[in-house]
Design a protein around this ligand. Structure first.
Ligand code: ATP
Length: 510
């Protein structure tokens, strides 16, 4: 049917003639009636399909514009009129919903609240994205066309995502990645530089033997016990073993067992499970053995290890495993142990203060470093090494004459190489002449002259005089008693005080 004209074929015409025969109606009335009914029927179908379509659209809007979403969403119809917005959109733009619905999209574009993506989609019928800034927030806008079943564009759905937080996170991540890379590079550089040079200076026979031993033990995964008086260079030897070992690119953790309070030492070494004891943090803590895993650990001042922890160290050496405080699960550990002490461990064993089994386990390869007074031929080399170091540090250019060198070789060096280093540093700071001679040395190192020097106010401040005296007393006590724990009562102060002062005064390593 076109233009209200019904076109009938011959068969239809014959059927109609048969139907109206005997009804008394004329053909034209009947046809008009059929056309009318047909039109009513068609209108009803159109209404129904409109209902169906708008129901579908509403359902779509309801689905997509969930107010629970964090993304802002708005919908325009095919003429560009805004038909729906969600809560996040209102929060993002700050506009009242009633004000916005029914407006054309241009209304929002003029207020710079959206980009032209929506209009572009109406025109191109393809998805479009853009980025804008609304109220200082960076927003990514994505507009998508929605088509009906006939392929006609009916709406445009636009999603606005605030990426400011995301951007900030990304910036943070990029910065911390850059920082990590910088640290890794620095670490590599430092390791390379360190490994390039041996720290051990000395060409005496005894030091040549020590050096040879270092290279031999470095290559094999054996436990090493380094012994010798304070300041002889035990840590330098341990460093050289590490630098020349197969583990030179793995962690190297140094623990000064005397410097960590007894009640903290266990958790520092073995870590703990969260809530293991009052005061434990609310998360697991890795112990130094776990941190050193796959690498090397230096247990310096092992003679100060409390007796109850000695069995746990033995377990690391024998079973190669640890258990965190408060934990039940043993953790496998692959760590090379180097131990160092200035105590006579054999004597400690005989006194029942050090476990014999641990002593044997540690003492697989002993390296004994002789005191400086027994290798005086090393002194000139060491003096030149320290002169170079401190001249550079203090940006001066001083040197030592022969008579000064002779005096240095006559002194008995109770504090060994550390003391020698400290004295050269002091000479460089205190002596205001380019050449350091024997008088200068005597003034600083001679015990008998110490009191006189202390009272000579033109030369030293009270503070300097006190520290010289403190230094001498602490050094004597350490030499006599062997450990800070034992030296403390003889000096009438606590062990932590002896340790702190010994470090401040350069008697012990910091
Ligand atoms: N042979 C050496 N060559 C160069 N420097 C040395 C040598 N021996 C010791 N030193 C220096 O002397 C100082 C003390 O050395 P180190 O800390 O290794 O001694 P230590 O025996 O471990 O002392 P402590 O028992 O007090 O821990 C450090 O500054 C170290 O660099």
């Amino acid at each position: 049917m076109e233009n209200n004209t019904l076109v009938l074929d011959t068969m239809a015409k014959n059927q109609i003639c048969q139907l109206i025969e005997g009804t008394g109606l004329d053909v034209s009335t009947l046809i008009k009636q059929i056309i009318k009914e047909n039109e009513t029927y068609r209108n009803r179908i159109e209404d129904m399909s409109k209902d169906l379509k708008s129901y579908k659209e509403r359902e779509l809007e309801a689905l997509l514009i969930g107010d629970a979403l964090y993304d802002g969403i708005y919908v325009i119809d095919k003429t560009g009129i805004i038909t729906a917005v969600n809560k996040a959109f209102i929060e993002m733009t700050g506009i009242v919903e009633s004000e916005i619905l029914g407006q054309g999209l241009e209304w929002l574009i003029e207020r710079k609240l959206v980009t032209e993506s929506g209009l572009l989609v109406l025109k191109e019928k393809e998805k479009a994205s853009s980025v804008t800034v609304i109220n200082n927030q960076k927003i990514v806008i994505t507009a998508s066309p929605i088509f009906n079943e006939l392929g006609e564009l009916t709406q445009v759905l636009t999603i606005m995502r605030d990426v400011t937080g995301l951007r900030k996170l990304q910036d943070k991540l990029e910065n911390s990645e850059k920082l990590t890379k910088k640290y890794v590079d620095e670490l590599k550089y430092l390791r390379k530089r360190e490994s390039a040079q041996s720290g051990l200076i000395g060409r005496s026979l005894s030091m040549s033997q020590v050096r040879q031993l270092i290279y031999q033990v470095a290559q094999v995964e054996v436990t090493v016990l380094i012994t010798g008086e304070t300041g002889v260079g035990k840590e330098v030897v341990a460093n050289d073993i590490y630098k020349n070992s197969l583990r030179k690119d793995s962690p190297y953790i140094k623990v000064n067992c005397a410097a960590i309070p007894e009640n903290l030492l266990e958790s520092e070494l073995f870590g703990y499970e969260k809530g293991a004891f009052t005061g434990a943090q609310n998360k697991d803590k890795l112990g130094l053995f776990e941190i050193a895993n796959s690498g090397t650990i230096l247990l310096d001042e092992i003679g100060e290890m409390p007796f109850n922890l000695q069995s746990k160290i033995l377990r690391v050496l024998q079973e190669k495993e640890i258990t965190r405080i408060g934990g039940f699960k043993p953790i496998k550990i692959d760590v090379r142990v180097i131990a160092a002490t200035n105590q006579n461990l054999e004597e400690q064993v005989s006194k029942g203060m050090f476990r014999q089994d641990l002593y044997y386990r540690l003492n697989v390869v002993p390296i004994q470093i002789p005191p400086l007074r027994s290798r005086l031929e090393d002194i000139p080399l060491l003096v030149n090494h320290f002169l170079h170091k401190y001249n550079e540090k203090y940006k001066v250019n001083k040197y030592i004459n022969n008579s000064a060198m002779e005096v240095l070789q006559q002194y008995d060096w109770p504090g060994n190489v550390r003391e020698l280093g400290n004295i050269i540093e002091r000479l460089i700071i205190v002596i205001n002449e380019p050449v350091i001679d024997s008088d200068h040395i005597v003034k600083i190192v001679d015990n008998e002259k110490l009191a006189a020097v202390c009272f000579d106010k033109n030369n030293l401040t009270l503070k300097e005089a006190v520290s010289i005296l403190e230094r001498q007393m602490i050094m004597n006590a350490l030499q006599t008693y062997g450990s800070t724990h034992k030296a403390a009562p003889s000096l009438g102060v606590s062990q932590p005080t002896v340790l702190r002062k010994a470090k401040e005064l350069g008697i012990m390593a910091k």
